[in-house]
Write a protein that binds this ligand. Structure first.
Ligand code: CTP
Ligand code: CA
Length: 218
């Protein structure tokens, strides 16, 4: 177990963290998902807690330390996550949006388990709205951009379009910085300009690096 860093700089602050990958139902037993395991989000939730924050976790997978947080809301779909985030952010100082949010959902999920019919299956998908855009700008919003190419260009567009204070860009094609591992290597892009490439470190250490940069924005 990694040595924990404790502090008081997030005392009286409400930090909302989303974690994990959303699941969009195809039928009652199947879903469209992604490889996110929630590890970066849970590391941020733990680090914020260790620095005195009140922490709300909105997750698609059960946090290993769920009992420690002030509130845990389990969600499945993007629609569920949207409702939970909009509600929690009414009284938030910081939103750390690590969740891998599905860009599409199945237009009409089947009511019963689907049976094979013919050779092919065509699913109609419709785009989900980006609920970050619905949030007010009077608190600190931090986004995450998992990319496999054009990392910094893509991340910078998201930073601007989504009106974020920071975005953490992450090349998930690297084996030590992607899904389901305990390490990460991010570049932080700031709305105020500039970018910082951090070395490989544990997700818990990355979490503190991110929180260090949130403090002056509070
Ligand atoms: N996000 C969100 N709502 C969505 C999609 C994404 O809130 N419907 C958030 C993610 O949680 C993340 C950030 O926006 O913090 C960037 O997500 P990403 O999927 O990289 O961005 P997209 O705008 O969906 O662009 P892309 O087409 O590259 O997937
Ligand atoms: Ca996306």
């Amino acid at each position: 177990e990694e040595t924990r860093r404790v502090g008081t700089d997030f005392e009286a602050k409400h930090v909302v963290v989303t974690a994990g990958g959303t699941r969009e139902p195809i039928d009652p037993v199947r879903y469209i998902g992604n490889r996110s395991t929630g590890k970066m989000g849970f590391a941020l939730a733990d680090a914020a807690l260790d620095r005195g924050a009140r922490v709300t976790v909105i997750a698609t997978v059960t946090p290993p330390r769920a009992d420690r947080y002030d509130a845990v809301e389990m969600v499945e779909t993007v629609s569920d996550m949207r409702v939970a985030v909009l509600k929690a952010c009414q009284a938030a100082d910081v939103l750390l949006m690590t969740a891998a949010v599905s860009d599409f959902r199945v237009a009409k999920p089947a009511e019963h388990k689907m049976k094979k019919q013919g050779e092919n299956l065509v699913l109609e998908l419709v785009q989900n709205d980006d609920f970050l855009l619905e949030l007010s700008d009077d608190f600190v919003k931090v986004g995450f951009a998992a990319e496999t190419q054009d990392l910094l260009d893509n991340a910078h567009k998201k930073l601007v379009n989504k009106r974020l204070a920071m975005i953490c860009a992450n090349d998930v094609s690297a084996p030590d910085a992607g899904f389901a591992v305990d390490t990460n290597r991010i570049t932080i892009l700031h709305a105020s300009g500039g970018q910082e490439a951090l070395p490989l470190m544990s997700k818990y250490a990355v979490a503190h690096e991110i929180l260090d940069r949130v403090v002056p924005l509070l």
